[in-house]
Design a protein around this ligand. Structure first.
Ligand SMILES: Cc1ncc(COP(=O)(O)O)c(C=O)c1O
Length: 937
């Protein structure tokens, strides 16, 4: 028998690569086992060498396998025995069946997988989930973490006890995974995405026997910061709280042998689903576990819709498609029925009774489904929306803004916000994101810019009208705000400012422990805790004293401001396109509300719903919102982890591939975010020496972070503009991309992607790169020069991105104001009268003459080129030389609001002259105070 060669122990706390690394290690073990099998007939030294490699591989794998129920200790023991006895063939067969079961997840449903490849080795009925119930319907499988101070030898007995509690009527089936320390519980929770519940016994030791130095450092300082002694053994509840922070969806059960009533009364036990006296009621525990899963699994609306579809319904309402009779009996459109299947039509209805509830006035299962979504997302209320986030945004804006209110908004935000402003009659005060000129895109809005806008409003005496701040998180291109800090510092200036975070792309982030703190709801939860903390109150008072009674704007801009915890009203709204990042049908969207003053706007919120929601909402979309929530609560963690992992793989492969990286490049965080916004010194996810603890530190500290799943692939260096490259990938390679810029395309990974998709993408990039190489080689210097000129034009001759100028004087309240908000709604509707407008050809000399000598060019409408997709002109905006220069250089075909044949649509000078300057005539707009001296900065 040979012993394993000594090697540095594998680090199990490699969280970004955990799941895939595990499968890769199984695959390498399989290769090693096959090599050993092949060498079995050879000379002894060769044979023993192969055996040693297999043995070492298994030992390393063991580090990970401790955290998973399958294959489990029994099968791993069998494997060890085979290796030790020199059974190369038996080892290869067993490794083959185990790795295949892991990769396909067949062990979750196929009982034989738990037997290895020899059915008789282990007593089937004793070992296998659901053994003896082969004919039972499919029962979803999950794993339960048992954190127990008992000796590992006792674990299998405990496992048997739990298995004995199984009953045929159980809806789900689970296997326990045992760990014996605080650290191991954290490791298991992070590494094992199949865990759905945790049982914590009291009295566990802290340290793991696994090699996890980064985790140890983080946990030790975390416990010390919470005032917990890592040697005390009394941190069961701290563990429960910690695990909940990692994965809030997990159900936690606490088992104590001391006074359980006292434990249950401890405020930190609020995160525990139930406290049990250790030795009592194992069946109750089993039922509680199943009940907890059932609560998440339950999809009240979808479940009811399925029942409805099965009932024999006579329909006499205005929806002929319902029940599908007009389709399946048709001579001409049967194919539609066959394509979509009968259920789609059986589940169509215009009824809001019969258990189907009403989206506009939910009182039944839609209401419950929304409450479950609120729990899942950490909100107080959730509204399902079936017309996309374009509608959700307008609803929130109409509900929260009245005419004359000021809405601070990123000009680069989605057009629904601009239209939302028009509809509400709010005055947009555009705050500018930093430009990424080279890639013809914007980053995000620096906090300093937002603070400056608020302080300027204060100087102008208009701060009371600033009601809402609207930001996109993350942006189309993946810039994530430090949401907590933005809200905290803005509330320091205006304690009742409301926030609308447009997280159209970022709904999934709730299920990543890395990203959660940077979501609207995650950050709101952190701030809520902070504002209750006496230490924060103290820190605020100290800062207040230090700043003095009248700090200058300069000081306020340069200070990391704390909000007055006694005054703040933390009012946070989030909208997300559930369909963009979760398993939801197109247009499914949600509005999340976390607002202690919601009751003061509830009525107008409902008015906004009535204004915008269709009275014929699509039932399938509502059902899919319900189901998307179920999925994320049960497997969102695992799926999101995989999407992040795949994105890292693409980044690594593209940027390190010898040929591909000559022409293509995925932009790293350092290229998307200037260094001044990365205080922690973070460079990129893939730089040498990077680990997840540093990523966590950057996510905590830096002003902006990059969502790894949004990949900006530069294609200009391969001679393609974004649109050309996108079309080529779609037409020639069946690959669909997200958006484009002049010299880049945006790829994204999501919960739907697999490693095969990534392999396909890389293969295509290799093929395209080979094509370029060949063309350049075959075409000689002429081709090479043409290529270089094309690359230069795409990569360096890029137009400057124009800033917002200002609204024309008649749409402003005084032209001397240092703030640039304006009455966009009046400008928008002014364009409804043709005689008040004019058209001028973009390239006509008249444009240049007007720019030089006046009268000013004033846009009559929104002009939104795709790409980049933000309005470069809004109604009432004065057009300047930069904007015209940008328009003239644009080589995109799709420009909403602009017709090349007609030219620029402008409000004509005669009309503008006849308009009186805007007095403070808006119902809600208080008279502006006399302008004080300009703010610092
Ligand atoms: C930031 C942002 N918000 C809102 C929307 C609109 O979302 P929906 O397509 O769900 O209407 C989009 C669409 O791309 C978007 O990018």
């Amino acid at each position: 028998m040979s012993s394993a060669p000594k090697a540095a122990p594998a680090r199990v706390d490699q969280f970004f690569t955990g799941a895939e690394t595990r499968f890769d290690r199984w695959r390498s073990l399989l290769q090693a086992a096959r090599a050993w099998e092949g060498a079995a007939s050879q000379q002894r030294p060769e044979n023993e060498k192969c055996q040693a490699v297999v043995s070492a591989s298994v030992a390393e794998l063991g580090q990970w396998e401790d955290f998973f129920a399958y294959p489990g200790q029994a099968l791993l023991k069998t494997l060890d025995e085979r290796i030790a006895s020199g059974d190369a063939g038996g080892t290869a067969r067993l490794v083959q069946s185990l790795s295949a079961a892991l990769l396909t997840h067949s062990y979750r449903t196929n009982l034989a997988e738990w037997e290895g490849e020899e059915q008789s080795r282990i007593g089937l009925a004793e070992r296998v989930p659901g053994a003896g119930e082969e004919t039972a319907p499919h029962r979803p499988y999950f794993e339960v973490l048992v954190v127990s101070p008992a000796r590992p030898a006792a674990w299998s007995e405990l496992a048997q006890e739990l298995r004995k509690l199984r009953r045929p009527q159980d809806k789900f089936i689970y296997e326990p995974v045992f760990v014996g320390s605080f650290e191991d519980a954290v490791l298991a929770t992070i590494l094992n995405g199949s865990l759905e519940a945790v049982m914590i016994y009291e009295g566990i030791p802290f340290a793991s026997s696994h090699h996890s130095p980064v985790l140890r450092e983080v946990l030790t300082s975390h416990l010390a910061a919470s005032g917990i002694d890592a040697n005390s053994g009394q941190y069961g509840l701290a563990l429960a709280e910690g695990l909940k922070q990692l994965r809030p969806e997990l159900d936690i059960y606490f088992l104590s042998d001391r006074e359980v009533e006292k434990v249950a009364g401890d405020t930190s036990a609020a995160c525990v689903r139930r406290v049990f006296y250790q030795v009592e009621e194992p069946l109750e525990l089993h039922l509680s576990i199943l009940d907890g899963i059932g609560d998440r699994y339950d999809t009240p609306y979808f479940d009811n819709l399925q029942k409805y579809a099965q009932r024999p319904m006579g329909t006499f309402h205005a929806l002929p498609i319902a029940r599908g009779k007009s389709i399946f009996k048709s001579n001409w459109i049967q194919d539609m029925g066959h394509f979509y299947g009968l259920n789609l039509f059986l589940a169509e209805s215009s009824a809001t009774t019969g258990g189907l509830d009403s989206l506009l006035e939910p009182t039944g299962n839609i209401k419950v489904a929304q409450e479950k979504a609120a729990r899942a997302f950490g909100a107080d209320h959730v509204f399902f929306v079936t017309n996309g986030t374009s509608t959700s945004n307008k609803m929130v804006e109409q509900a929260l803004l009245a005419p004359g209110d000021i809405m601070l908004v990123d000009r680069n935000c989605h057009k629904s916000h601009h239209y939302g402003g028009v509809l509400a009659g709010a005055f947009p005060l555009y705050v500018e994101a930093y430009p990424l000129t080279q890639y013809s895109m914007y980053g995000a809005v620096p906090l300093r810019t937002i603070k400056k806008a608020l302080l300027d409003l204060k100087t102008e005496g208009k701060l009371d009208r600033a009601r809402l701040l609207v930001l996109t998180n993350c942006t189309f291109d993946g810039h994530i705000y430090n949401v907590e800090r933005v809200m905290e510092e803005c509330l320091a200036i205006k304690p009742d400012l409301i926030f609308l975070w447009d997280e159209a792309w970022f709904g999934f982030a709730r299920w990543s422990p890395f990203y959660r703190r940077r979501t609207a709801m995650g950050a709101a939860a952190i701030l809520e805790r902070k504002f209750k903390d006496p230490a924060y109150h103290q820190a605020y008072r100290e800062q207040e004293k230090k700043l003095g009674a009248n700090p200058s704007d300069k000081v306020l801009l340069e200070t990391r401001l704390l909000a007055n915890p006694d005054k703040v009203r933390l009012r946070v709204y989030q909208t997300n396109s559930t369909h963009k990042s979760m398993s939801c049908l197109r247009q499914g969207s949600m509005v999340l509300v976390k607002d202690p003053d919601y009751h003061t706007v509830a009525e107008q919120f409902h008015e906004a719903v009535f204004t915008h929601a269709s009275t014929s909402p699509n039932l399938q979309i509502i059902a899919s919102l319900d189901v998307a929530r179920r999925q994320m609560e049960l497997e969102g963690y695992e799926l999101v982890n995989r999407a992040i992992q795949l994105a890292l793989d693409v980044r690594r492969e593209v940027n390190s591939h010898l040929l591909v990286s000559k022409y293509f490049h995925v932009l790293g965080a350092d290229e998307m975010i200037p260094a001044e916004f990365r205080n922690s010194g973070f460079i990129d996810y893939l730089t040498t020496g990077m680990n997840w603890a540093k990523v966590v530190a950057a996510l905590r500290e830096d002003e902006f972070a990059l969502d790894v799943t949004r990949l900006t692939l530069v294609c200009g260096s391969a001679g393609f503009d974004g649109t050309q490259f996108k079309n080529m990938l779609a037409a020639d390679y069946d690959i669909q991309l997200n958006k484009t810029s002049r010299n880049s395309v945006l790829l994204q990974t999501n919960i739907n992607n697999t490693r095969s998709d990534i392999a396909q993408l890389i293969k295509v990039l290799v093929e395209i790169s080979q094509g370029i190489e060949k063309r350049l080689a075959d075409g000689g210097s002429a081709a090479q020069q043409a290529f270089a000129a094309r690359v230069k034009s795409l990569m360096t001759d890029v137009p400057n991105l124009p800033n917002f100028t200002c609204f024309f004087s008649c749409f402003r309240e005084g032209t001397s104001s240092i703030t640039s908000e304006g009455d966009m709604r009046s400008a928008f509707f002014a364009a409804y009268r043709e005689k008040q407008c004019e058209h001028i050809n973009l390239f006509s000399p008249e444009v240049d003459k007007r720019l030089k000598d006046g009268p000013e060019l004033v846009s009559a409408n929104f002009v939104i080129p795709y790409p980049p997709g933000f309005p470069i002109m809004v109604p009432g905006q004065v057009i300047d030389v930069e904007t015209i220069g940008f328009m003239r250089k644009l080589d995109v075909k799709e420009i909403h609001g602009y017709s090349a044949a007609l030219g620029l649509k402008l409000l004509n000078p005669a009309f503008l002259k006849s308009e009186k300057p805007l007095s403070s005539g808006f119902a809600n707009a208080p008279k502006t105070a006399k302008r004080k001296s300009a703010a610092a900065d």
